[in-house]
Design a protein around this ligand. Sequence first.
Ligand code: NOJ
Ligand code: NOJ
Length: 716
Amino acid sequence: MHRFPLSRRSISHYSTLVLASFLLLASGLFAQDFKKQVIYQIVTDRFFNGDTTNDNPPQSAGLFDATQTNWHLYWGGDLAGIQQKLSYLQGLGVTAIWISPPVDNLNLNIPDSNNNPTASYHGYGARDFMRIEEHFGDAANDWTAFNNLTSAAHADGIKVIIDFAPNHSNPDNAGEYGSLYNNGTFVAACNNDPNGIFHHNPDIGNFDDRYQLQYYTLEGLCDLNQENSTTDSYLKTAIQQLQSHGADGFRIDAVKHVTWGWEYSMANTVFTSGPSFFFGEWYQGWGDPLYHDSYKFANKSGISVIDFNVNQAVRDVFASNNNFSELDNVVNTEDSNFTWQNDLVTFVDSHDVPRLLSVNNNTNRLIEAQAYVLAGRGIPVVYYGDEQYLHNDTNGGGDPYNRNAMTSWNTSTTLYQVINLLAGLRGSTNDALGYGSYQQRWINNDVYIFERKFFNDVVLVAINKNDTTSYPVSGLNTALPAANYTDYLGGLMSGPSITVTNGSGGNNPVSSFTLPAHSVAVWQYTSSASAPEVGSIGPTLGQPGVVVTIAGKGLGSSTGSVLVGTTTATINSWSSTSVTFTVPNVGNGVYSVTLKNSSGTAANTIQFTVLTAKLIPVTFTVNNATPTNTGDYIFLTGSTVELGNWGTTWDTAIGPMLDPNYPNWFLNVSAPAGAQIQFKFIKIAANGTVTWENGGNHTYTVPTSGVGYVNVNWQY
Ligand code: NOJ
Ligand code: NOJ
């Protein structure tokens, strides 16, 4: 099935801003659809030292290793360094950077088991989310370097994605014991927490247990309690502050370990202030028992996820030489489950896995894998240094040996050129990569040919990963119109030309050809749109007043209209590729949105969920619920779209709820602020049978701000 997923995009709308609203305005004006972006992931400390005055700041002296031999200390990379390398990144063709958590983190050395010093050079040990880390900015923990980077990046057409880690502060058993500060004022620590800012549970032992995942401690990192009103407002103020300083989007660290319901309200808070894009690190392996939870979350929260399943398959296929059928199966299964599959964030390498070249030191395989990700479905990431074939194979190349210092800036490597070409194809030449469907066209163990298609725009990609064997390809069909096609990569990876002849039903035969060993070929066709074509909406949900962007092709240069259901929305901006509108005052629910050009010609419709109001995290508890057997769960369902609109299936009801105090169940749910809601609890048995509690509906008025708590008994 062909679906047209979300994205976020541009606008210049903002209302209640924390700081420096002009910066948001500037970035908003310039923001674009993330489906057409290529993201470059940077470990800030390891990229480039642009300012030596911050190498060894006084408040955290001794954590810097100028010799770059202790891989757990700071090596000097900083925000100024990224700024100084923007032209290198522009040349590479990437259009967004994802940088390490930039906020002030742990100041103290925590010695490792060999008594060697370690530091939070990676940024995942925050102490003050309101300030910038002194090694990345300046000794005053000021925003100057951050502002300079976002402004310069925007001026160069590059968006800035901030790694935001709302799950935790810093280690709970050493150093600063998780100490959290609010712009310099102490809030709490794991060993000093009278107001419940943190959870105080053991380390997660069972990664398949929903309660442990969200409420236990991840790797000894002091675990924030997002349901506490102080913690809730602290984190939301912090993320809006980053937004106001020019962050165009957020990668949510450990998204599976933060309270899931609360995260809906975190994203909603940002969308209420202005345009953004969210993707979360929902780590999983293929066959993970919580796979269903991952796509329910991605489909409903407004937060996309990093595609670890495709990553595993890509690594298996290209580094470990598994058959292409593994990758084909994963993509097709995911595409039937994820509503917004073109927003899944795909990658080859990251700071958490060994670089592919450490697994298999075969440069061609890395290029083939990266080309697959750049042309495949989802928003592609390039991990810094891959274009330079950077790798250090100590201990298999895993963390920290995958966080290498960048040592060369060569703009003529083959991979640098392949990235540049495919980023251009995705970003401006052919909308099939950002918005299109995905179809396997030809496959054997070594060869994979897939097609992306968005209306009449088509990209056909062929990869042969065999190191020595070329393959004859016959019986291949494509939606490319009859013509001769040369390789879009210009033969950089030995791609041949092909001839397409007329067939029927979108299946045009490709004359038999030979695909050389170690090759990537890209053939593409694009034509102008005869009617408006919509490929993206973002955010995918929002209350009346939120500004939403529709992106696509041929929308027309003069202003047309947007209908949410049958209600005409106010248009804020209009271009042939991007339109922004304000969610009108209509009842909550799932709507079809229709864009019409100025002549009244309608585009394909796209789904959007109108929320009742801004989202507030509310913790619902039901005591002494009806007994359950293994595989049965209690869910909540209620009177608004946020509460499932009385749905009674796993996907439509809210849950499953959590039962650490069985037979009492609880769940944190983002509910509409100020709304009077009705709800009930249901049991969905393992076989799907639904049991309602008896009696009348429960009623509750959601607070207009802050957090809420509801505690009721199951009605027998
Ligand atoms: C996942 C990050 O990607 C990883 O590098 C980090 O250590 C953990 N989350 C904890 O923040
Ligand atoms: C059906 C349930 O049986 C009832 O309890 C509930 O109030 C309604 N659905 C809500 O429409």
